[in-house]
Design a protein around this ligand. Structure first.
Ligand code: NI
Length: 237
């Protein structure tokens, strides 16, 4: 999911080694004290229309170092884009894994209550937050399941790294409770509201092959997909 973050939130010049460099590092020093060197890589993001994005992702059987390496890459890819949420299928891995970091500012209201103040500027209103530094607070969700959601809905203008440059209002349950495995494979249950609730529902849709444009009218969806297809053809030319 993307939000129109304030300009100063552009990612730092992140260490992004080429795949050749990663191979070198791993060959030189595959393990130190039994722990692998943490080297994150930015992976290409798949954009619509693409059949991969319609695929239903499979549950993760065991949370391993490989799972964590994938999540580290996903986070780096998300920060680089920049976005606030990313599903593994968006980097071509059909596993039920998400990373989210709303990157809310230190002195914004930061409460994610959807009042338009602390919502990451997703609605284009950055008002009092212009001087605020976004704070990184990455969260990892493996095999997430919504175990409860509210009847009342919240509307956010959503964007998606796989549907670049389009933003549309989507209605979703305003609050939800999510059960998942964390970075270490421990089971967690979290109540969510505001932007966080919207973001995790958007990302969980990806695990079932659903994009935010699938929540729009067919007319609007087809218009967006047509433009994306045209853009792809132009880029490939
Ligand atoms: Ni998305």
């Amino acid at each position: 999911m993307t939000a129109q973050l304030p300009p100063h939130s552009a990612p730092d010049a992140a260490f992004s080694p080429t795949s050749a460099e990663i191979c070198d590092f791993r060959a030189l020093d595959p393990a130190r004290d039994g722990s692998y060197l943490i080297i994150m890589a930015i992976r290409p993001i798949i954009t619509a229309p693409d059949p991969l994005l319609k695929q239903v992702s499979a549950p993760v059987k065991a949370v391993t170092d490989e799972t964590r390496a994938l999540m580290d890459d996903m986070l780096e890819t998300m920060y680089d884009a920049p976005g606030i949420g990313l599903a593994a299928i968006q980097v071509g891995v059909p596993q039920r894994i998400l990373v989210i970091d709303l990157q809310q500012p230190s002195n914004g209201d930061g409460d994610g209550d959807g009042d338009g103040d602390g919502d990451g500027g997703i609605d284009g209103i950055n008002d009092e937050r212009d001087d605020a530094e976004p704070v990184r607070n990455p969260q990892y969700f493996i095999n997430p399941e919504i175990i409860k959601s509210s009847d009342d809905v919240a509307t956010y203008q959503e964007g998606c790294l796989s549907v670049p440059e389009f933003f549309e209002d989507v209605d979703r349950p305003a609050t939800c409770t999510v059960k998942y495995l964390d970075y270490d494979g421990n089971e967690q249950v979290q109540d969510m509201d505001g932007l966080m609730a919207t973001c995790i529902q958007h990302e969980m849709d990806h695990l079932n092959g659903i994009l935010f444009v699938d929540h729009l009218s067919r007319l609007k969806r087809n218009m967006i997909l047509k433009k994306l297809k045209k853009q792809k053809a132009l880029n490939a030319a």
